[in-house]
Design a binder for this molecule. Sequence first.
Ligand SMILES: [Zn+2]
Length: 348
Amino acid sequence: MNTFFIEFRDPLFGIIVFFVLVFIITFFSYWYNRFRTKEDYRHLDKFLRQFRSPPTQKELEILITSGELSQKSWLLLAQSYFKNGDYEKSIEIYNEILKVKDIYNYRDTMFLLGRTYFKAGFLQRAKQIFLEILKNNPRTPQALDYLLLVYEYMREYDLALEVLDSLSELNKERESDRAYLRSLSILNDTQTSNEEKITSLLEIYKQTHQLTYMVFEYLFRVNPKIAWENFDSSKSELLTDILWHVDKKDLNFDIISKNGYLRELYTARGDVELANKSSVFEFDVLINLKTKANATLSFEYICDSCKQIYPFAFNRCSHCHAIDSSKVEFSLSKNYYRDFSEENNSFQ
Ligand SMILES: [Zn+2]
């Protein structure tokens, strides 16, 4: 039995104790390090989680009123939210800044808040903000500019025209805005007949020589005959997409045969054979292919002022708010309509 026990004075006992101690220390050190690494990750996760979601309104209230960051820093933060399209957070920050009593740039912050409301589509709130700015500071053209846009988007054209009068008093005369608002007002008037609308629109067009696209888009849609009668061939390129979509039965071949661009356009479309080549690449390809290939033109619209590209035509650029700045660009594309009609015919 005694052979199984080692006496504590035995040198072997010391060696065993030494190895046991080494094992215990290594074991605890290993688990301690593992635990610390895990804790580190948890801490980092917790830290990073703060940046994944923006601060709540309550957090913002505490942070802004504590004054740890300057108002300029908060304005920069709100601006970066605005640029990223997070208008809700930007609005929350501006509203909290405005609650601070000793704010030194109250009017500027109000303007930024109004602009964000406008961009987010809260037109009624934007209107209230700009009206409040103008109540205390009537000579603020930037606020008047936005108030005009708000009224225009709300279809309150008479009020928008009044804002234009105020801008004129500040020597900021903008005839194109006046013509545009008057045209919008005519087009959206449910009491006026199409004939009356055409007469009024043509009157504005002849006076200003602006809004060509807006006027002729309506004329070709409602009364192509009058559209051709008032058509200015020098504007053909500007109206390429409208002309491309005019019904064959509504074409005026007298006018088409007298203008080089129109001859090439309608030869490319396959309605006439008045050109055998074109300096416009897309027309040239279509003229040479005749109707052998299943191709057509597709259009996109670029703002001449800010170079923003849109898939649809516009009269006022929603990015830079310029009027009459749309320029049509076209390219060759597959004719899905022809595909569809051929498919339908094959079932007959
Ligand atoms: Zn633009």
